[in-house]
Design a protein. Structure first.
Length: 164
């Protein structure tokens, strides 16, 4: 049995407007719950704001987990370190190319109108560690793998992986 196993997690940067929205919802929740002690219908509004704050919190504290096992890359979304949801499963055999975001190897692919999904941290760091792969002629997927994950995928498909 020759299986390769690599696991990597990347924290997603929350957009500024979502952080502000979470803060405003928490303040509104506290205000309406306190007002609900005097005026009962305000308590219901406070509970509604609390539920909204919970779901906004889940979607602002995101991490993506990449799991590579035997020619299959699985991407899971971990919400607020408490809930996990499988987002996508990619077969390395159907992958067309894997290269850094600003690689010259992607020049032939830049005019394609594929659906674009981003499972990276969402920010451009220096140096940029994000990679792009085109999957099955339908998707353009952005990930932020570590070097070990890139090497594992390169072992399975050496002609499709570029590290520039």
């Amino acid at each position: 049995m020759n299986e390769t196993y690599v696991e990597w997690m990347v924290k997603r940067k929350a957009p500024t407007y979502m952080v502000i929205l979470r803060f405003v919802l928490i303040i509104l929740t506290v205000f309406f719950v306190m007002a609900g002690l005097i005026f009962v219908p305000a308590m219901l509004i406070g509970i509604a704001f609390g539920v909204a704050a919970y779901f906004v919190n889940l979607n602002t504290n995101l991490e993506y987990e990449y799991l590579y096992v035997d020619k299959e890359l699985t991407v899971d979304k971990v919400m607020a370190k408490s809930r996990r949801k499988r987002v996508a499963v990619f077969d390395v055999g159907k992958m067309e190319i894997l290269a850094p975001v600003k690689s010259w190897h992607l020049d032939n692919y830049k005019n394609r109108q594929d659906k674009r999904v981003d499972y990276s941290s969402g920010e451009e760091k220096q140096p940029d560690k994000r990679y792009v792969f085109f999957y099955d002629g339908q998707k353009q997927v952005i990930i932020e793998p570590n070097l070990e994950l890139v090497k594992a995928i390169a072992m399975a498909a050496p002609r499709k992986v570029f590290t520039d």
